[in-house]
Ligand binder design. Structure first.
Ligand SMILES: NC(=O)c1ccc[n+]([C@@H]2O[C@H](COP(=O)([O-])OP(=O)(O)OC[C@H]3O[C@@H](n4cnc5c(N)ncnc54)[C@H](O)[C@@H]3O)[C@@H](O)[C@H]2O)c1
Ligand SMILES: [Fe+2]
Length: 406
């Protein structure tokens, strides 16, 4: 089979717009009578959050709030929440917050539905069937977790972050209200915004797969395709327009709207196409430096793009034209990497792994660990081996992108 190919797997409802959090009560009441709402301490004390809980109750939904979700989602917190609210027998689980709170809701729904331990589900397609319905309300723009088949948690025994990927983890409803992101400080706006940019670019340039009948059945992530591409470009154009504005002026509602739309679109793109080398290398970098996921993937992105360029001239040119760069494919495919690097710099993302705090003697280790993320490595448009991962890591450490140029 050849030709145009596309896959979409999305929530049953995606609702986007300023003020749309007011639809949460009506929507939840149609799904279940008892709702467990997972959030964190900051959001738990927030007036906008209390109004959402009151709205659910006004629509006859009995609620319980777990407000102790910790950033990066340590496994112990998930087990704590499940223990505390198992007997409540929730019929719907809400995740209200950043990626950590939404992933909390997904993991809690998974354990309440299928039992066992979280490690039973690490990797792809290990969940045996539907889980309790999840409603996701993001407050960062963002991870895209509101629409993705992914939950990421911190397994303290293994000392690493681990992913669970399955279409059964896709929330039933996503309500994306940009007003919930107005309170994000500049650093968080940048970190979560550049994570979305990396999702969009890595999925738009993901390796295309052989089109077999098993492709979409056996794999959660299916590589570059025409349907994810549409969302990828929507994300990229909006991030270039709005991220510097949202970073400088957090109260600018239009910029917040564009960023939340972009994060949502990037989630729709990478949720089927998948991400690649920047995400693979960030895993070891994140555990060595304890820096946010978004900063690491974005810092690596220009280096990964430079390495990938020979395999991506047409795709990079398409991205470059979408953000208004002139010239032929060859020129635009080079200029777009500079444009990405300049955007990252304008929102305070460090330029090198050295600045990020990676110890000099962990470079080889970083590359050797990254090769272990086989799903991400295989999704990269240009073939990766340990040597090429070392070259990318060394260049990103010293800030010498030119040495990867071809
Ligand atoms: N499931 C997925 O598809 C997916 C994709 C990418 C990343 N992730 C995961 O998501 C997590 C990161 O999520 P994140 O970047 O959204 O941050 P987060 O959820 O970890 O939150 C980071 C901090 O920001 C605060 N915060 C959140 N919203 C705020 C707001 N509106 N105003 C002020 N402060 C706010 C939180 O209280 C917290 O202290 C990581 O664990 C990452 O691995 C998941
Ligand atoms: Fe990411």
């Amino acid at each position: 089979m050849t030709g145009l190919f596309g896959t979409l797997r999305l929530p049953a409802s995606v609702i986007f717009g300023s003020g749309q959090r007011a639809a949460a009560g009506l929507t939840a009441a149609r799904i279940g009578k008892r709702a467990l709402i997972c959030t964190d301490a900051r959001m738990g004390a927030d007036a906008q959050f209390r109004a959402i809980v009151t709205d659910l109750e006004a629509h006859g939904v009995v609620t319980r709030v777990y407000d102790r979700t910790e950033a990066d989602l340590p496994m112990a917190g998930i087990l704590d929440c499940v223990r505390e609210y198992k007997d409540f027998q929730p019929e719907v689980i809400l995740g209200v917050g950043g990626g950590s709170c939404m992933d909390m809701a997904k993991c809690v729904a998974l354990l309440l539905s299928h039992g066992g331990s979280l490690s039973d589900y690490y990797g792809e397609n290990k969940i045996p069937g539907a889980t309790l319905p999840v409603m996701a309300l993001p407050t960062t723009a963002g991870t895209g977790s509101e629409v993705t088949p992914v939950a990421v948690l911190d397994d303290s025994e293994r000392g690493t972050k681990v992913g669970i990927s399955s279409p059964y983890l896709i929330p039933k409803v996503a309500i994306c209200d940009p007003e919930l992101t107005i309170s994000c400080p500049p650093g968080l706006t940048a970190t979560s915004g550049v994570d979305a940019l990396t999702h969009a670019i890595e999925s738009f340039t993901a390796a295309p797969r052989a089109l077999t009948p098993e492709l979409t059945v056996n794999n959660v992530f299916v590589g570059k395709n025409v349907l994810s591409d549409m969302f990828g470009l929507l994300a990229i154009t909006n991030i270039f327009k709005a991220l510097p504005v949202a970073y400088k002026d957090g109260k600018n509602v239009e910029a917040r709207e564009r960023m939340m739309l972009a994060a949502l679109a990037a989630g729709c793109a990478f949720g089927t196409a998948g991400t690649a080398a920047a995400h693979a290398i960030q895993y070891p970098v994140g555990s060595a430096t304890h820096t946010p996921h978004g900063v690491g993937v974005a810092l690596l992105l220009p280096y990964v793009m430079e390495f990938n360029r020979p395999s991506c001239v047409a795709a990079f040119a398409e991205i470059g034209r979408a953000i208004g760069l002139p010239g032929d494919d060859e020129k635009v495919s080079r200029d777009v990497i500079d444009a990405v690097a300049a955007l990252l710099q304008s929102v305070g993302i460090p330029r090198t792994l050295k600045e990020l705090g990676l110890p000099e003697d962990r470079q080889e280790w970083t590359a050797e660990s990254a090769i272990g993320a086989a799903r991400l490595v295989n999704n990269n448009p240009r073939k990766l081996d340990v040597e090429s991962l070392k070259a990318i890591t060394h260049a990103a450490f010293s800030g010498d992108r030119a040495r990867l140029a071809s």
